[in-house]
Design a protein around this ligand. Structure first.
Ligand SMILES: [Zn+2]
Length: 153
């Protein structure tokens, strides 16, 4: 590999790593706002329970609370799906010195303290859920062929 090829590869890797980080941060933000929507729904439920109790009417009827309950259920499901997506985006790399599995964002190995000069990221595109699943399957698959004819690690 020529020097320029190495530079280009390094830039591409840094780019795909940055995309992964951006994607994860985006999902984190979405989940924070979904969690606050859940809290709002909880508040609406609590308010109705309080008002009914206050008037001596007992608990509010089921169909009054159900829309809020369903909203919470849906939001919880969506949050869980985003957590799954984030897990799929968080790819690990291998320490070239001790072979430890290290999170992609680490700058040095937490085990042997080796610094990572060129980020050794598995070929990875963060285009969407489907393709990330494929990339993960590929990265952790048979590992027989090296389609990029890359250097041996
Ligand atoms: Zn190490």
């Amino acid at each position: 590999m020529s020097f320029m090829d190495k530079v280009k590869a390094g830039v591409a890797e840094a780019g795909s790593k940055a995309k992964t980080v951006v994607e994860i941060n985006k999902l984190k933000m979405i989940n924070i706002s979904k969690q606050s929507s859940i809290n709002q729904a909880y508040q609406e439920i609590g308010k109705r329970v309080f008002e009914f109790e206050e008037k001596g009417l007992g608990l509010p009827p089921q169909d009054m609370l159900e829309p809020y309950m369903n909203r919470v259920r849906l939001l919880k499901l969506e949050i869980e799906q985003n957590v799954q997506k984030m897990a799929n985006l968080s790819v690990t790399k291998k320490c070239s010195k001790c072979g430890a599995s290290v999170h992609i964002e680490e700058r040095k190995c937490p085990k042997c303290e080796a610094a990572f000069e060129i980020i050794d990221v598995t070929d990875y595109e963060t285009v969407g859920y489907e393709s990330s699943m494929k990339s993960v399957a590929h990265a952790f698959g048979s590992g027989e062929e090296e389609p990029d004819g890359g250097e041996k690690r």
